[in-house]
Ligand binder design. Sequence first.
Ligand SMILES: C[S@@+](CC[C@H](N)C(=O)[O-])C[C@H]1O[C@@H](n2cnc3c(N)ncnc32)[C@H](O)[C@@H]1O
Length: 211
Amino acid sequence: MNGKDYHGLVKDLQEKEWPGKFDPDFEWTRTRGPSGYDTFAPSHHFKSYRPLMTEDIVRDLAINRKRLLSIGCGPAFLEQLLCSRLGVNPSQVSLADLSREGVPEGFTFYQFDMYQEWPPIKDAIDYIIFPECALIGVPTSDDFEADQSRCRQALYNLISRSLRLLNPSGQVRLSGGGIGSCRDAAIERVLSEFPNISYGHTGEEFVYITK
Ligand SMILES: C[S@@+](CC[C@H](N)C(=O)[O-])C[C@H]1O[C@@H](n2cnc3c(N)ncnc32)[C@H](O)[C@@H]1O
């Protein structure tokens, strides 16, 4: 199925699962999530210009029983739909967030600040995703250089910690505002530690790295 058709399929499935919940144009919830953040429809994460998720990844999860860790999960509509309609078992999915508020039951959950030390995560993980939350909350100021330096450090930390956790050939996929401005510098630093990675991006708000 091409990406556009698959995006449409996910849109249909989420409408069946949560009738009227998501704005069909913007593909987020009509009201903000419990912690005051925007909360996105699963289909948003399959958009061609920020493909945090793809049909191939869903198939890899559903058929090959790969494991997913979603950091900054919020109410986890994407992760719930993967399990309720797309053949993934909840035991394959772990969730993480700064706050427990609104996080669905039935998944392994880790509560931590992704910018600080991570707790021990024992599961072997094949995909780590940061859905619309990479760089969220990194403080900004009127000093552009200082802001850029904080973003580079934060993105480097998220990627390098993820790579340490991932199985060989695993992927980390991040979406969120501000990635484009510090992506290349952060990846250059990651490359000095993990020279065998490959990476790519679509637009300015999405990047993926393969271990
Ligand atoms: C824009 S919402 C996205 C929620 C969900 N992933 C989605 O796509 O709808 C950002 C999420 O990041 C979480 N978050 C913010 N700062 C965080 C941090 N320092 N560590 C972990 N999670 C954080 C928030 O609690 C919120 O659930």
